[in-house]
Write a protein that binds this ligand. Structure first.
Ligand SMILES: Nc1ncnc2c1ncn2[C@@H]1O[C@H](COP(=O)(O)OP(=O)(O)OP(=O)(O)O)[C@@H](O)[C@H]1O
Ligand SMILES: O=P(O)(O)OC[C@H]1O[C@H](OP(=O)(O)OP(=O)(O)O)[C@H](O)[C@@H]1O
Ligand SMILES: [Mg+2]
Length: 288
């Protein structure tokens, strides 16, 4: 029996719809957990891993976790901060990246200071309110559920504050950003403030393993012994590369983890240096 069976079942909130939903279940699957097969299921028990998944609206997840009903949850950093719930971010999950921005009709030339007295439409009233308060700006907030980009044309607001990913929706609505981003968001794991329930560390290790497997590759190559120090300079690995002797006199084999996005340029540099048999393989899973 698994050692985890000694602790209470971990209760985890997962987005049931929207932009973060599919990527969240995908990441949990890659971390070795069971996930619902039917998009209508509300709860899924993964008995083997001693964990229970609750599929909830992403906006509500920080509220459940903050109240202590559920142990941890996956949600957006912007939603966590907007909720004002007593929950805190414990880990960034590397997907669902967006910026949260003010926007206005193209050419209006607003500044954040110039927002005083303006009507600002948003679905993230808590976030915007705190941002304005911190700058001593008094404006009127108009809370809308979605499709905020239409609110200016329809006459209920002068400015909007909304999530921007590609910027396509803004452009289509004839709007442009102004000021610095209010927030840079991505999917995060949240826990109740100051409460780190048993079992969360294991979940975090598994999720970190997925991030590493996604962002790194394993690189193997052979190189003459007198060049190995320079080669290792190109592939320092996460801790230290493995260097093993080869049957070929004076040569060694090196194995190191390399960031996926630079793998090809590192292979070019290794080749130039004299390395041969340079191989790259995916990492399926890991614990570091
Ligand atoms: N292209 C995107 N559009 C909107 N939100 C995105 C996008 N990519 C990532 N996100 C993130 O997803 C979360 C918003 O999720 P979702 O779209 O489900 O919320 P919502 O718009 O309030 O819900 P719904 O549209 O279902 O009413 C935020 O954390 C946001 O930063
Ligand atoms: O910068 P983009 O790539 O265009 O993405 C951002 C847009 O997507 C989201 O809307 P969503 O589809 O969730 O609709 P909603 O406004 O009704 O929530 C968000 O509210 C923006 O409108
Ligand atoms: Mg939406």
């Amino acid at each position: 029996m698994s050692v985890s069976a000694d602790r209470p079942m971990l209760k985890v909130a997962v987005p049931n719809k929207g932009s973060l939903s599919e990527a969240s279940t995908q990441m949990l699957r890659e971390a070795g957990y069971r996930q619902r097969g039917d998009g209508k299921d509300l709860v899924l028990l993964d008995e083997a891993n001693h964990i229970e998944f609750y599929y909830l609206r992403p906006r509500d997840i920080a509220v459940y976790v903050g109240s202590g009903t559920l142990d941890v949850g996956l949600t957006g950093r912007d939603m966590l901060l907007d909720s004002g719930a007593a929950a805190e971010e414990v880990m960034a999950l590397g997907f669902g990246a967006t910026r949260f921005h003010f926007a206005e009709p193209r050419g209006d030339g607003n500044t954040v200071e110039g927002l005083a007295g303006k009507r600002i439409a948003t679905s993230y009233t808590g976030l915007v309110k705190r941002h304005l308060e911190a700058r001593g700006i008094e404006a009127e907030l108009v809370h809308l559920d979605g499709a905020v980009e239409s609110s200016i044309r329809l006459g209920v607001a002068d400015v909007i504050a909304d999530v921007v990913e590609t910027g396509r929706t803004l452009r289509q609505a004839g709007l442009e950003l102004f000021g610095e981003p209010i927030l840079r968001s991505e999917a995060v794991l949240v826990q109740r403030e100051g409460h780190h329930p048993e079992g969360v560390d294991q979940l975090m290790r598994r999720l970190s393993g997925v991030l590493v497997a996604r962002n790194f590759v394993m690189m193997d190559y052979d190189i003459a012994g007198d060049l190995v120090d320079r080669a290792i300079g190109l592939t320092p690995g996460l801790e230290s590369p493995t260097v093993s002797p080869l049957a070929r006199e004076g040569w060694v084999a090196v194995r190191a983890m390399v960031e996926r996005k630079v793998a090809h340029s590192v292979m070019d540099d290794l080749w130039e240096l004299g390395a041969r048999g340079v191989l790259v393989t995916d990492i399926a899973a890991c614990r570091l």
